[in-house]
Design a protein around this ligand. Sequence first.
Ligand code: JHZ
Length: 390
Amino acid sequence: MSKILFADLGAQPIPNNFLSADKLRAPEVYYPLRAMLDTETRLVQLETPLPREAIFHDDYPYFSSQSTTFLKHAEMYAHEMIERFHPKNVVEVGGNDGYLLQYFKAAGISVLNYEPCTSVAAAAEAKGIPTYPGFFGSDTRVRMNDLMIANNVLAHVPDLDDFVSGFREALAPEGVATFEFPHLLNLIQQNQFDTIYHEHYSYLSLMAVTKLFMKHGLRVFDVQELSVHGGSLRVFACHMDAHHVPTQGVVDVIHHEMEFGLHEDKVYESFAEKVRATKRELLDLLIILKRERYSIVGYGAPAKGNTLLNYCGIGSDFLDFVVDTTPAKQGMYLPGSRIPVKHPAALAEARPNYVLILPWNFKDEIMGKLAHIRDWGGKFIVPIPKPEVI
Ligand code: JHZ
């Protein structure tokens, strides 16, 4: 087994550990952030994984319901699953604030959420979603489920073997498990290096996931390509001997991955330089703008924004502040860069010349919401795949 360096983003703090004002004079811990390709399993994973309890804690500030694009995506998913598989019970692992299970519940289906972060688990409970406040794994007792969901969770699991075997144990004989995750192919092609952070232990392709599932007695029978989060896959899996008919889609996506070269090492080896080039380009742009004395504010405080800002060394010397709709992030400071996070109303007050959109995956929704910045001549900067002024 050999490993190849995929990306080296220096040392970085935990991206969702926002700082309160009283922590600003205290030291902050930075951990090495390097992603490596395992040439045998084809998994890209962090070289120094942190304990999951350090990352998914009681003050976890990411609430999935903050984006209407994402809520629509969740509602469509629920309707599609109900129509196609008619589940009587549904378990979601990492179901966050109930953004998805609420649609199954509304259709009268029995639901259960596994969510270790009490901040978001409480929001799910408040929506009437029964929530078990713990991590899911092979020791989890829940059994005979018709539909099991792990959307944007597989990448967050330090022990994939334990997690996937837990899914097999908990699934009814003809049950279906679905997994959504950002597609490694898009990460590389669209230069989404900022999605590499301590919370994401793995960066996944269909070829790697298929191998992993097979090892644990699960068979991939369908896959869909989705635009969400910069391009994701939705993988459908079942027991080896279940009756779900395999679709052509699985063959097509793996073929596409091979055409792109994900089964070889070259595309991984060349990524690190693309990352460094983007850093130089973004800094070039921001330095020019600051020399001209333009004001720049960040929109959104996503985890990926913290990778970008910390890797590029962008602090309040470039961005006056960032705004975010999440109440748990407002009044706090970004980890590492220590840029203050404000309520979105601060943006109209400050009338900045430029707004740097950190959650570029929601850029259409955000530019729609912020169309009024044009009134004072404001412009947007979208940093990924390539810094661009709009
Ligand atoms: P967003 C999250 O990553 C967390 P992040 C997680 N690690 C994961 O895997 C991926 O998603 C898939 C704000 N916002 O979703 C809300 C506004 O303020 O891109 C969020 O703080 N106004 C589980 O954190 C942030 O931006 C808006 O109109 O990188 C978006 O974060 C919208 C649309 C968002 O992901």
